[in-house]
Design a binder for this molecule. Structure first.
Ligand code: FW2
Length: 286
């Protein structure tokens, strides 16, 4: 039951703040996060340059023992350069989204993309499946066809979709990536979660895991619902941007801001979020 944080990427005036990145990782690891997922969605991976992603990886490897590095890109040469770079660090795995944006790629071409990554590296390769974002659903059947994957992070509100990887590929590690399914993922015996809420509420995720282990599903559900409340408020404001404010509000430090076109929240939206957070903090104290 791993808790994996897809870590935010802190910017200040459009430049990476690697010190803020590393100290954020150290904080959440101290609070019980098992591993970090670098350059994922929360980390704005597709919006980063190859050099920025390399710099993040290096900083993450200095701050956490277990690192998964998202290397997917729309140029296979870049992907290969990134996975080769990852070999210099003791990373747990490299991951990739399928080639996105282009709607006319065939299933066979997507399978070939992942096989090419596997042949380029000795590191374990994980699939990052996020159909809402990429427009491609690399489901368990296709993952089986790829044949060389060692894990999957499935950002999907349908837990049965994630469970299917476990059923068809029992040796593969299977993580769900939806913040609203933390309790469900632990309860059905997935290998864990990759949840953006681990950036701002790591204690709550740890609490859910402890409650599930102790068989206290009522407590686990109460904690899960607190995450859901945060999502309900934060998503309409622009969730990727809200995560930076949520870290400030719940963890008490500044991790900078996102980079346009992922715009920072406007003051009015920051106030809305702050009001909701103070109620949730009260509930957490109960
Ligand atoms: C990532 C994640 C979590 C996301 C989810 C999107 O890479 O950021 O997929 O929080 O809202 O795995």
């Amino acid at each position: 039951m791993d808790i994996i944080a897809p870590v935010v990427t802190p910017f200040r005036s459009g430049k990476l703040d690697l010190d803020a990145f590393a100290s954020h990782i150290r904080n959440i690891v101290r609070k019980g996060v098992d591993a970090v997922f670098v350059a994922g969605t929360t980390g704005l991976g597709p919006a980063l340059s190859v050099e920025e992603r390399k710099a993040l990886l290096e900083a993450a490897a200095s701050a956490a023992k277990r690192v998964i590095f998202q290397a997917g890109a729309l140029n296979l040469d870049d992907v290969v350069a990134l996975v080769k770079y990852a070999e210099r660090f003791d990373v747990e795995a490299v991951a990739s989204v399928p080639p996105y944006y282009f709607p006319r790629l065939s299933e066979r071409q997507i399978v070939r993309y992942f096989k090419d990554i596997c042949s380029a590296t000795s590191l374990p390769v994980y699939l990052y499946n996020y159909p809402t974002a990429t427009g491609k659903d690399v489901d368990a059947r296709i993952a089986k066809e790829i044949g060389c994957l060692k894990g999957v992070k499935d950002t999907n509100e349908d837990i049965a979709h994630t469970l299917a990887y476990k059923r068809l590929l029992p040796d593969m590690r299977a993580y769900n990536g939806s913040d609203s399914l933390v309790l469900a993922s632990f309860a059905v015996g997935l290998d864990g979660v990759v949840a953006s809420s681990a950036n701002y509420m790591p204690e709550v995720l740890v609490g859910i895991r402890e409650a599930v282990r102790a068989g206290d599903l009522e407590r686990a559900r109460r904690l899960q619902f607190l995450i859901n409340e945060v999502l309900d408020v934060a998503r309409p404001l622009g969730y990727s941007s809200a995560v930076y404010e949520l870290i400030k509000a719940f963890q008490g430090y500044d991790v900078g801001e996102p980079r346009p076109p992922i715009y920072p929240l406007e003051d009015e939206d920051k106030d809305k979020l702050a009001a909701a957070v103070s109620k949730i903090k009260e509930a957490l104290r109960l």
